[in-house]
Write a protein that binds this ligand. Sequence first.
Ligand code: FES
Length: 335
Amino acid sequence: MRAGSGRADHPPAAGQQAGPAGSSPFAAARLVAWHGDLAAWVDQLGWLRTLSDRLTAVLGPVRERHRDNLAVELLHGGRWVGHPLHPALSDLPIGLWAGVMVLDVMDRDPAPRRGIDAAGKLSAAGILAAGATALTGLDDWAVSNDQDRRVGLFHGLLNTAALGLQGASLGTRLAGHRGTARALAAASLGVTAAAGYLGGHLVFTKGVMVSRVAWATGPRRWTRALQDADLPDDSPTAAEAEGRQIMLYRHSGTLYAIDNTCSHAGGLLSRGAVADLTVTCPLHGSRFALADGCISRGPASQPQPVLPTRIRNGWIEVRGSQPESRRPASGRTRP
Ligand code: FES
């Protein structure tokens, strides 16, 4: 390639078509990489880092103080719902404000016949729903990891701007200025969509709020995890069996093995404290029973997998889930 020419010296290979300049593989690669670039750009905003750090410094200790509060846990959804609440609630303002847009497009009357029109009612309902959604989002944000917090904060700021625009739209609608109200409502929905996109990036690209033990299954056979002599009593100890991180614990001669990666956001349970056969995650304080992995305090929403153990030839062995038994098509087991 000649320097600065921007074109290859060689003709296209047999079977390839010479397309316009914008359809080169490099241009296509740039077209599909924009979302990664956008997230990286957001993550590097200096003022966002500062704001995120300051908010964390304020909210962190508050949440720490109230983490046994049931209302705080319910805002996550957690063990009571089995999923985080925030993504489900966020559908409400998006749907209601999309309804505002549809009604605004269909009804071109310059002023309502009397009182607030249907679009205004949907707008007001969406504002209420957005308030509840923001609370759950703030609760989740306070227990997210550092690198996700900045994109999460940008997502929250966009949603706050959308809420402000929708509030202004409702105000002008009530004052009888429907044209302005429609424009503000449309702008609000656009900003909400951008915020929703970043929310999707957090969940589907960064795995925020996705169970970290969803794919934890192995090892399929009894596998050595740790020499029996290396496990002291009443001391959480990290081990590994066929790549799976495990926390071992022995109390009064009984062995416990539990997945070491916290289902909430990947904290290492072996670094947490154990009391009454319950381990506390060192990152955000979720508590899991060692015997069955049940959650006794969130924010985790999925229990922690436990593994059966045995001691053979001086080694502690563990085993993960067994493959499901094969059944013939008739649904009856083979003799
Ligand atoms: S990583 Fe958040 S509670 Fe364990």
